[in-house]
Design a protein around this ligand. Sequence first.
Ligand SMILES: [Zn+2]
Length: 349
Amino acid sequence: MRALTVTPGKKDSLRLSQDFSEPDEREGALLVEAVAVGVCGTDREIIAADYGEAPPGEEVLVLGHESLGRVVEDPTGQFEFGDLVAGIVRHPDPVPCANCAAGEWDMCRNGQYTEHGIKGLDGFARDRWRIEPEHAVKLDRSLGMLGVLLEPTSVVAKAWELIDRFTERDPWEPANVLVTGAGPIGLLAALLGRQRGLEVHVLDRATDGPKPQLTHDLGATYHSKPLGDLGFTPDLVLECTGAPSLVFGVMDAVGPCGVVCLTGVSTGGHQIPVDGGALNRALVLENNVVFGSVNANARHWKAGADALAGANKKWLNRLITRRVPVDDYAEAYAVRDGDIKVVVEFATS
Ligand SMILES: [Zn+2]
């Protein structure tokens, strides 16, 4: 069968194997036929050999952590033939730490977790894959190919769950949210903000391309201007760029009792001037919360599946700006102007 593989540690080793071995039954009872995988920055980092770890004893790693497939067989009876599923990316560490032991592997404390297509477990970019049924999430069949958006949606579902916990500490109810960055994570964060009934603002550098209209069609407001010129005070911020100046800028801009969730990963090495004393003063005197959020557990994957099922399908479809057949895989992993989410297709949905 076909599989997209990399040799971790070796730059630009991405290739399409035509005779990759069928998934081992030890990988899980559920056998799934791949429909598509989504492409994201982490994949490009793995291809650049900045990241990535093959399964123990293997030289290559099957790429792909944003999955969509159809169930071929489930001897446990939890899924039916043809069900649309996505595989949960992270598996708990073997120790396990207190959080992994409770199924909250997204909060793993010892870093010994494994991740499909990233760290120690083969990914989903292969014609067939296996997973344990409890690590698969069922998607509404009407979503079709759009189900490939579940992994990034699970990440924002977790971010929103944590924001909710922090806003429950006081009687005040936030009315608006600022989302910085209109990539897939930012636009999906904006979608979930609208589903919560919030006034949503999206800030991004792009002045053309699909992002302004996608934001507008959510019933949200698009801004392409400096943070200081927004003209309102954000109650909540979902930072999805990792750009250091924006990260510190939104901490300063958020209003009293406001919450800032950081989801973007900075590359490091960029020095920017920050008045640490003034920032501390603003955070303390306004009871602000600033927190980081990564990954997702089963509860967030299910919340993400519900969010997608409740979203406008035509809008979701516009997030997928390119669909590339797996045989043309190199094109899928190249960066192109106007890309939001690119998917690699294995089969028709
Ligand atoms: Zn752990």
